[in-house]
Design a protein around this ligand. Structure first.
Ligand SMILES: [Zn+2]
Ligand SMILES: [Zn+2]
Length: 451
């Protein structure tokens, strides 16, 4: 993670869509994908520099901490510097450089670059390039932290092991022209040493004389925590939570992830609207990174905060709500449509009414035999209308029945009267539960009623 990367490549792919094959499948067809990491090959596949930083230093630091008393000032400083370096990643690496969700004054860029380097998560340009590939090729093998490879891979596997194939190409020309980004790339190893180790240790050492505590807690263990929590954006945020804006891919919204990642847990929203400077858009959602950017804007350090149109955001929300409603709708039992029922003449209806309790309402014949004893108005009223047209009686002639009664009546359809009943309004013909339905566009097309 502390190794400087090779200079990233611009998107110069000569591929052009022929309308049949996607770019992803084209690239993967021509790319060698490395075999999965297993217990027998992991040591050959590990990137040992990063592996040491993530897997070996934290346990050693924990052991060292057992012999290092934790002073109150050092504990507070470690938490404060953890938040500062974490915010450097969320407000800097992620929302500023990877997504350009706002503009930052040079002073703010330099401060964010210094603080985020203290998280030792690779140079800005490397991180932002992979993150742009993650958004562009989500859940495919061109996504560096493809969620389909499992929780371990998305959490730290992709960092400590060699990539399984070349990451998807993206445009990073803006970052190549950014002097702060290139300055950080140039001095990256030295900046990591200064910001992640020397600076926090020196604050504790010069501030209250706790050099050893500063080194163990605010440098090493803080680094371990910031790595683990920041990685949750790639792992936990693609694993648990809801999909309130889209469910085609794995990103999810969850409060737990937001708490762990300084507000990056509204990941379903973020993948749909990546250039929005916010992740949590509701007033009650925990997004301190958004609050920091907003504060920087208020004091003149940030400008051009990008916000997606509320209209488009609501379209995503309503689409998912309709999908959920459709699932509920499909789980219910609905009345037989008229086309599936036998057509009876008035005479045939009359003869059936002699042997069982059937009643005609709105042109449908209903079998009410099992309802005689539970009818709130009593058995007698129902029997009075057997073999007759009870439409007027049902709709106010005797009692103006409730919507629930109308819905239930429709479930008792057993036939349809030839010729129907004259003067039936749409409101009486269609039960209230069927007047507003969720219908897919394909169903419209198959019935040729699409505009
Ligand atoms: Zn993601
Ligand atoms: Zn992102």
């Amino acid at each position: 993670m502390s190794e400087p990367p090779s200079v990233p490549v611009l998107c110069n792919e000569s591929w052009e869509s022929n309308g049949l094959e996607s770019y992803v499948s084209y690239v993967l067809r021509n790319e060698r994908v490395r075999p999965s990491v297993t217990w027998s090959n992991w040591w050959k596949e590990a990137q040992w520099g990063r592996f040491s930083l993530i897997m070996i230093i934290p346990p050693l630091a924990t052991l060292y901490a057992c012999f290092t008393p934790l002073r109150r000032e050092t504990a507070i400083w470690s938490v404060v510097f953890y938040l500062m370096s974490g915010m450097g990643i969320t407000a800097g690496y992620h929302r500023l450089w990877a997504h350009r969700s706002y503009n930052a004054k040079c002073t703010l860029e330099v401060v964010l670059a210094f603080l985020s380097t203290a998280a030792a998560m690779g140079p800005i340009i490397w991180w932002a390039r992979l993150h742009r590939a993650h958004h562009r090729y989500t859940d495919t093998d061109l996504d560096p932290y493809n969620a389909k490879r499992g929780l371990f891979w998305t959490h730290i596997g992709w960092v400590i092991f060699k990539p399984r194939c070349k990451h998807g190409r993206v445009d990073i020309s803006d970052l190549l022209n950014n002097p702060v980004v290139m300055w950080q790339l140039h001095y990256y190893p030295w900046l990591v040493l200064l910001s992640a180790v020397i600076f926090p240790t020196a604050v504790a050492g010069l501030g209250w004389g706790d050099w050893q505590g500063g080194f163990v807690y605010s440098a090493l263990l803080r680094l371990f925590f910031v790595h683990q929590t920041a990685s949750c954006v790639n792992s936990v945020a693609h694993w648990i939570g809801d999909t309130p804006y889209d469910d085609r891919h794995s990103p999810r919204d969850h409060l737990l992830t937001a708490l762990l990642t300084l507000g990056e847990g509204y990941h379903n929203f973020h993948h749909q609207f990546p250039m929005d400077y916010r992740n949590g858009i509701k007033w009650y959602q925990y997004d301190p990174t958004k609050w920091l950017i907003w504060l920087c804007h208020k004091v003149g350090l940030a400008s051009h905060l990008k916000i997606f149109s509320e209209n488009e955001i609501l379209k995503g929300e309503i689409t998912m709500e309709l999908k959920r409603l459709r699932e509920k709708q499909d789980a219910l039992t609905w009345p037989h449509p008229g086309s599936s029922l036998p057509v009876l003449s008035w005479a045939s209806y009359q003869s059936q009414a002699e042997s069982r309790a059937v009643v005609c309402i709105t042109g449908f014949i209903h079998d009410i035999e099992d309802f005689l004893e539970v009818h709130p108005g009593g058995r007698h009223l129902l029997l009075k209308h057997v073999g007759r047209d009870a439409t007027s009686a049902f709709f106010g002639g005797i009692h103006d029945h409730s919507s629930a009664a109308h819905n239930l009546l429709a479930m008792k359809r057993v036939g349809i009267l030839r010729g129907g009943v004259p003067h039936i309004s749409e409101e009486k013909l269609v039960p209230p539960s069927e007047r507003l339905r969720v219908v897919h566009i394909n169903e419209f097309r198959s019935s040729n009623v699409v505009p």
